[in-house]
Design a protein around this ligand. Structure first.
Ligand code: FMN
Length: 165
């Protein structure tokens, strides 16, 4: 029987909301945990791993989890970000995550926008390397919204089907 883990990191709650939508959608033996509470991953057949994009990339604690995924383990990656969905800025971090866990079997990826705290926006918009996405981020303030959550549920259903194939 399938044993599913939904592992996530979330500073301001956006990625946690997506993780919870995935958790609500998948059926059976399932566990949802913040990444810092995860000791071992061996016992799970499928692991969803979610994170906020930080500085175009993957937060350190998620990178560390990705490095610990055993070869051949089925995983699915999801992220939230301030930049526009589908832009190369939003794709880069997912690609980096997939490469980091390259011996795992990546069943799929999902990402959506997430509002950026005003404190973070103010600080980050002052640094040249963050200027581009910080400008886009102003229009992320209503995300994740109900449509994002529905897309996340559809993603979870798709991954569960792939998991049993
Ligand atoms: C320190 C920091 C760096 C960030 N860097 C990026 C970035 O490079 N690109 C981007 O699209 N969003 C960036 N963001 C925005 C977050 O990815 C976005 O708000 C995300 O939804 C936050 O998720 P959370 O609420 O789960 O922490 C950054 C946010 C913070 C706080």
């Amino acid at each position: 029987m399938s044993k599913i883990l939904i592992a996530y990191f979330s500073l301001t709650g956006n990625t946690k909301r997506i993780a919870e939508a995935i958790h609500d959608t998948v059926e059976g033996d399932k566990t949802i945990k913040p990444v810092d509470d995860i000791q071992e991953v061996d016992g799970y057949t499928l692991i969803f791993i979610g994170f906020p994009v930080h500085s175009h990339s993957v937060p350190f604690n998620i990178e560390s989890l990705l490095n610990r995924i055993p070869a051949g383990k089925k995983i699915a990656l999801f992220s939230t970000h301030g930049s526009i969905t589908g832009s190369h800025l939003s794709q880069e971090a997912l690609e980096h995550a997939a490469v980091t866990a390259s011996t795992a079997k990546v069943l799929g990826t999902f990402s959506c926008r997430g509002k950026v705290s005003s404190e973070a926006l103010e600080v980050l918009s002052k640094s040249p390397e963050h200027k581009l996405w910080a400008e886009m981020a102003a229009s992320a303030q209503t995300h994740p919204d109900e449509a994002d959550l529905e897309d996340a549920r559809a993603f979870a259903r798709r991954i569960v089907i792939l998991n049993v194939q």
